[in-house]
Write a protein that binds this ligand. Structure first.
Ligand code: PGA
Length: 256
């Protein structure tokens, strides 16, 4: 696998953390630390911090993303935000299908697919999350499950749109637990995902697909994970809340 065919992307997932002042302080600290990054750098922040993040990152190499988006253009969906609302603000990236959304907010592969299509149709870049629970791994169905999640999430997504999709492989048992998948485990599943893309689309699309690993990636383990041929970046939770740690991960990722 030739890593030079695709972009390395390190994305922070702030989850439900940081008020406006804290967000501003974190971005101010982060800017000089990642300004020479050779990979793409994205910070996905709570809706309430989007405006602050866009303003603070203007003219820098840091891109801003949301943590979710609804599939309808508008309407009676209390508490939701549409893709057009995000793009109008200047938000380019969005995380879709994070395991916390699936686990606590009833997201299914089908709603993940609807949200993905809506975001792509609005011109956004999607960070699409897939990953198995511990029980799935113990039952030996990780590969089948992740392949299925990937296929359903990308149903009716065109090859042209696929160029704006990043897939994040996040084993649920590794998220926020301090328990990282080994680099070999991460590589194994990222390679399965790339194979799914090759089968559903073609080899060219598979070669160009950025696949991230996520789940307790940190300053200490990033380099080894990112050295694997099919691991092209990271989706970072806890370590994205500390500018120093996040910047070490950014430095470990090289753009092909
Ligand atoms: P973590 O979270 O790095 O804190 O494990 C990753 C994620 O949920 O995207």
């Amino acid at each position: 696998m030739n890593k030079t065919l695709r972009k390395a992307v390190i994305a922070g997932n702030w989850k439900m953390n940081k008020n406006r002042k804290e967000a501003q302080a974190l971005i101010t600290e982060l800017k000089p630390l990642v300004k020479d990054a050779t990979c793409d750098v994205v910070i996905c922040v709570p809706f309430t911090n989007l405006e602050t993040a866009l303003r603070e990152t203007e003219g820098t190499n840091i891109k801003v993303g949301a943590e979710n988006v609804h599939f309808a253009a508008s309407g009676a969906y209390t508490g939701e935000i549409s893709a057009d609302m995000l793009t109008e603000m200047g938000v380019e990236y969005v995380i879709i299908g994070h395991s916390e959304r699936r686990q606590y907010f009833g997201e299914t592969d089908e709603t993940v697919n609807l949200r993905t299509k809506a975001a792509l149709e609005a011109g956004m870049t999607v960070i699409l999350c897939v990953g198995e629970m511990l029980a799935d791994r113990e039952n030996g169905i990780t590969e089948e499950l992740v392949a299925l999640q990937t296929k359903v999430a990308l149903k009716d997504v065109t090859k042209e749109q696929l160029s704006r999709v990043i897939i994040a492989y996040e084993p649920v048992w590794a998220i926020g637990t301090g328990k990282t998948a080994t680099a070999d485990q991460a590589q194994e599943v990222c390679a399965v995902i790339r194979n799914v893309i090759a089968n559903v689309y073609d080899k060219e699309a598979a070669d160009a697909m950025t696949i991230q690993y996520g789940g307790s990636m940190n300053a200490g383990n990033a380099e080894e994970l990112l050295s694997k041929p099919d691991v092209d970046g990271g989706l970072i939770g806890g370590a994205a809340l500390k500018a120093q740690d996040f910047s070490v991960i950014v430095k470990a990722a090289t753009n092909g």
